[in-house]
Ligand binder design. Structure first.
Ligand code: TIU
Length: 221
């Protein structure tokens, strides 16, 4: 059974029952000129995850292990977007408005899809989710149960929002989660730091935290 150096201690996982989850690496969040940047965010804080994530995905695919992508977004008629989400805050652009890369966070639009560097390949699962967590109102639980998955290696954006919500949902459902610090990103450096600490604190209250090179080494052994 491979094990990687992690906080708060070594993370052991079985290759037959572990999936890599790549959360919301979408153009709307990551591309300069997109939705994320229009909210005043520094997209470079997210873009630094692309290179390590591409390397991890290549190794994961070479090992023949399951890879699941998620995308946050809504139907064109916004019937799956609660008013509480649509109207929150005072953004210069709202979900469904026309943006640089099509209607913001709307399924089928260019900006809603995953960045070129990390596009899914044939046979990989893509979960479209209306919420922050990947379990809420999606088929993820059924897929993981069907495939006998028990552990998740969690990556993507943003650390304190969709990554945290998904890890918390997974933790309550009995999955062991390893979050990779170099493959998750927040627009806010302080949230990145504290978000990762919160996962591994109290003996791993939500899971474990490691760096992707240790996982790559473990699956290549
Ligand atoms: N995917 C995800 O984290 N959605 C967000 O809206 N994140 C923010 O940090 N805004």
């Amino acid at each position: 059974m491979p094990a990687v150096d992690a906080q708060p201690g070594p993370f052991s996982f079985d290759l037959d029952s572990t999936a890599l989850v790549v959360i919301d690496m979408q153009r709307d969040f990551l591309l300069p000129g997109g939705f994320g940047e229009s909210l005043g965010n520094d997209v470079s804080q997210l873009r630094r995850t692309i290179e390590p994530l591409a390397a991890l995905m290549a190794a994961w695919r070479a090992a023949g292990l399951p890879l699941i992508h998620t995308r946050e977004g809504h139907k064109p008629d916004l019937s799956d977007c609660p008013p509480a989400k649509l109207n929150r805050g005072a953004p210069s652009m709202r979900i469904g408005d026309p943006g640089t890369f099509g209607r913001i966070l709307i399924q089928g639009e260019y900006g809603h899809d995953i960045v070129d560097e990390l596009q899914p390949i044939e046979g990989e699962t893509v979960i479209d989710k209306p919420g922050k967590g990947a379990f809420y109102a999606t088929e993820l639980s059924d897929i993981l149960e069907k495939d006998g998955i028990k552990s998740l290696v969690v990556t993507g954006v943003t650390t304190e929002v969709c990554v945290h919500t998904t890890v918390r949902e997974a933790n309550d459902r009995g999955y062991e989660c390893l979050v990779l610090a170099d493959c998750v990103g927040s627009y806010f450096p302080e949230f990145q730091q504290v978000g990762l600490k919160m996962i591994a604190a109290q003996g791993g209250i939500f899971g474990w935290v490691a760096e992707s090179p240790s996982v790559i080494a473990a699956i290549q052994e």
